[in-house]
Design a protein around this ligand. Structure first.
Ligand code: SAM
Length: 260
């Protein structure tokens, strides 16, 4: 077995019970197409095969592992390549299920892209660093709530399923992990609105300690202040106090004017 590559975030899961629980959360049904990100040495793969999906593809960047996996599971279609460059737009039906024990160094950008670019899917289950799991599932007003939270939650409902300690991996990571479930929302921003929302979120959360009336001061007198009043929101609030839907509403009404 080749050595684990730190550059590819390879912490391999050793505990069959954790693997079984992650795959069970995907609720694979007959006819489902499963896409696994980073199958590695196959800890989850084995359970996915056992669930009997109609089609099973896996994206693996490590060429050595990508070459050997089909010897063990001939029905597995390996897409050797980088998940960060995957065309998520090709997912466009509720029978797609996506799963992965994600390499921690790419989890946030990958989830950012995935939720916003996949057109439709049934559900996704990702294991990520626990701190990221908390950000993905935080409520407004809490310290973990940030741009990633408000972005993801305009596209998907999220829930933290369970926490996983470092002892079940080889090599052991230094931190805890969390398993998060994603279910796409029926109504999601289109690409043009999503672009405005991304700009607004980055601009606001770069100054997360400041009050919104201050962050948005150049547009405040041009209707933004009035919009806040109409929503019953005070300009003294900070970005972490605004809900995902409030950010979307702002981007929809004034998006072109923010942080141009
Ligand atoms: N699923 C296995 C498990 O649970 O033991 C491996 C998980 S390991 C944390 C992450 C896996 O993602 C590794 O197999 C690694 O090679 C792969 N990987 C890392 N970066 C990747 C990328 N950009 N695209 C696709 N796979 C990647």
């Amino acid at each position: 077995m080749p050595f684990a590559k730190r550059s590819l975030g390879q912490n391999f899961l050793q505990d069959p019970n954790t693997a079984r629980r992650i795959v069970a959360a995907l609720e694979i049904a007959t006819g489902d197409h499963v896409l696994e990100i980073g199958p590695g040495r196959g800890a989850l793969t084995e359970w996915i095969i056992a669930a009997g999906p109609a089609r099973f593809q896996a994206l693996e960047k490590d060429r050595e592992l990508a070459r050997t996996l089909p010897d063990r599971w001939p029905s597995l279609e390996i897409l050797a390549g980088d998940a960060l460059e995957h065309r998520w737009e090709s997912l466009d039906a509720p029978f797609y299920k996506i799963v992965g024990n994600l390499p921690y160094n790419i989890a946030s950008p990958l989830i950012w892209d995935f939720v916003s670019r996949a057109r439709n899917y049934g559900r996704a289950v990702f294991m990520v660093q626990y701190e990221v799991a908390r950000r993905l599932t935080a409520e407004p007003g809490f310290g973990d709530y940030g741009a990633l939270t408000a972005w993801v939650r305009n596209f998907a409902a999220t829930s933290l399923l369970f926490k996983v300690g470092p002892a079940v991996f080889r090599p052991r990571p230094k931190v805890d992990s969390g398993v998060v479930l994603f279910s796409p929302l029926a109504k999601r921003p289109d690409p043009a609105l999503a672009e405005r929302l991304a700009k607004l979120l980055h601009g606001c959360f770069q100054k997360r300690r400041k009050q919104l009336a201050n962050i948005l001061k150049s547009q405040w007198e041009d209707g933004v202040g009035q919009w806040f009043a109409e929503q019953g929101l005070s300009g003294t609030l900070r970005p972490e106090n605004l809900s995902p839907r409030h950010f979307l509403g702002l981007a929809e009404r004034f998006g072109d004017h923010f942080f141009a």
